[in-house]
Design a protein around this ligand. Structure first.
Ligand SMILES: [Zn+2]
Length: 535
């Protein structure tokens, strides 16, 4: 069955504590959601803030091929006639084909929050729905706190739905606004409502009990055909139902059509794009679209998944645009490393002894605190060194670095001694901090012999403390990202001296570049790119 998807990332999602989208961000996200095949995009609440108003003013810049843009608001204020209600007027001015409005379903809220009678509440709902409908809008009626309201007084809650439907609402959407309803109970209530109402029923759930997705699916199992949620589950408190998981489950598990199989393959990319714009790290363990969703680490799992991916994967990662990843780690058996070697097209070129030695080296490094999953550059260097024991570019004889700080500023100076094939090279340089000074020296020492290393530049640098209990004496892991215009890669260094860890990552990056320049092999490049993806 076709299930209509209603995305509220741009409205309910922005209620999330860490979420803030500019109007430009919102426009770009709306476009992405349309490309993904979402049916309704709720853009904001024009009556509540100027940013959302601005979004609807600029909505003409969008080229929506499929989705219907939706403006959100409330039923009219009790004291206002509908045609004079500012909020309702803003909804009409937003110029969207669809308007979603929320009304009260809970007696408690009606009496306490609004201070009006049941009859008055029903009139607010009818008036507002009918007025919007008369202005040519498709109206989605959001029954706020429906499940709590139904539990407190079912007749009261049902009458509000009746009022909305009779006045012309196209969708009656039941909201678990507080997110406190457990799935079994929610399903019972949905079944009751389904029995009593024809037409499109929708579900809007929050994740306060960690069952928002399960609740949305339970409603759909009861015949609901409109589902609301946000990308990556963004939203107030514990978030909204995660639309990514809902869509994937509908398409891959429940035999429904939400966005269709072809668009589904774009799900991961859109979810990550939105996380990027939200400036939030994507949760690695997020179902379907997270980087770890199809990552295998344990040795037995890996050897099984290599024989048949269905052994440890519930769906094919490609179906949602994700990838299988096999992690190299001390937990793994030989399976992981062999997989990587095969992936790099290198397995056949290593002797049995070289393979074993490489595995031991990796295990030792992981034990010391290296994280090779995130540093494919360091891993690739290990493999290339194992493959080419005869190739050696340079040795580091020693280095020295100092930083002097006084009233006029700070100054870092480094000296580096390198033994290369043509003799010993020394360089002294100052830089913006010790790492930069060392970087400048290393390049000075090697640039005459290997001019191409000028292309390699540092693009990101992260430090993680490995032994927090030791305070400033703790071992740290430095992860550095590099680029040479063609591609990027990461290297890692571990030490209780942050400069030494940085230096080690830096030397690895330069050695790897030299290795790559010496032995260019397209199949290796492709395999590595595949491996680098998403790490
Ligand atoms: Zn909500």
């Amino acid at each position: 069955m076709k299930i209509f998807t209603f995305d509220t990332t741009l409205r309910d999602g922005t209620q999330g504590e860490a979420i803030s989208f500019s109007v430009d961000d919102k426009l770009v996200i709306a476009q992405k959601l349309d490309d993904l095949g979402i049916d309704y995009i709720e853009g904001g609440w024009p009556g509540s803030n100027p940013k959302d108003e601005d979004f609807f003013k600029r909505a003409g810049e969008l080229h929506l091929k499929h989705a219907k843009l939706t403006a959100f608001g409330s039923t009219r204020f009790a004291k206002n006639p509908v045609e004079e209600d500012r909020n309702v007027r803003k909804l009409i001015e937003a110029g969207t084909p669809v308007v979603s409005i929320f009304g009260k379903s809970w007696e408690l809220h009606t009496r306490r929050a609004l201070g009006i009678t049941e009859e008055e509440n029903l009139t607010l709902i009818s008036d507002t729905v009918a007025y919007l409908k008369a202005h040519g809008k498709e109206v989605v009626y959001d029954a706020e706190h429906f499940f709590d309201g139904y539990t407190a007084n079912p007749d009261f809650a049902l009458r509000t739905l009746e009022a909305a439907q009779k006045s012309g609402a196209a969708v009656l959407c039941l909201c678990d606004t507080n997110g406190g309803t457990i799935t079994g109970r929610l399903e019972e209530i949905c079944a009751e409502v389904r029995k009593r109402f024809d037409g499109v029923l929708g579900i809007h759930t929050h994740n306060d009990s960690e069952v928002a997705v399960a609740n949305a699916l339970a409603a759909i199992e009861q015949g609901f055909t409109h589902v609301q949620g946000t990308m990556n589950g963004y939203g107030e408190r514990c978030g909204n139902a995660n639309l990514c998981s809902i869509i994937a489950n509908l398409e891959l598990k429940l035999g429904h059509t939400a966005i269709g199989a072809e668009k589904l393959a774009g799900l991961t990319a859109v979810a990550r794009f939105i996380a990027e714009l939200a400036n939030l790290p994507m949760r690695r363990d997020q179902a379907y679209v997270g980087q770890s969703a199809f990552a295998h680490k344990g040795g037995i799992h890996v050897s099984a998944v290599l024989k048949d991916s269905a052994t440890y994967e519930h769906v094919s990662p490609a179906a949602v645009g994700n990838h299988q990843r096999v992690l190299v780690s001390d937990l793994s058996g030989r399976g992981n490393v062999l997989y990587k070697l095969e992936q790099h097209g290198l397995a056949g070129r290593l002797t049995e002894d070289a393979r074993r030695e490489l595995l031991e080296r990796i295990k030792q490094m992981e034990y010391e605190g290296y994280e090779l999953e995130a540093a494919e550059g360091t891993f690739e260097l290990l493999v290339r060194e194992a493959l080419n024991p005869g190739i050696h570019f340079f040795d580091v004889e020693g280095y020295e670095v100092s930083t002097r700080v006084n009233v006029s500023g700070s100054r870092s100076t480094a000296t580096v001694n390198i033994k290369a094939n043509d003799g010993v090279h020394s360089a002294t340089a100052t830089g913006h901090g010790p790492v930069n000074a060392l970087d400048v020296c290393l390049r000075k020492c090697l640039s005459a012999l290997y001019p191409r290393i000028a292309d390699v530049r540092l693009t990101d640098y992260k430090v993680r403390v490995l032994e927090p209990k030791k305070g400033s004496a703790a071992k740290v892991r430095v992860l550095v990202e590099w680029s040479d215009h063609r591609k990027s890669w990461s290297t890692v260094g571990v030490s209780d001296n942050v400069i030494e860890a940085s230096w080690s990552a830096m030397v690895d990056a330069i050695r790897l570049e030299l290795m790559r320049l010496t032995e260019h092999d397209d199949s290796i490049e492709k395999a590595v790119e595949d491996y680098c993806w998403g790490v």
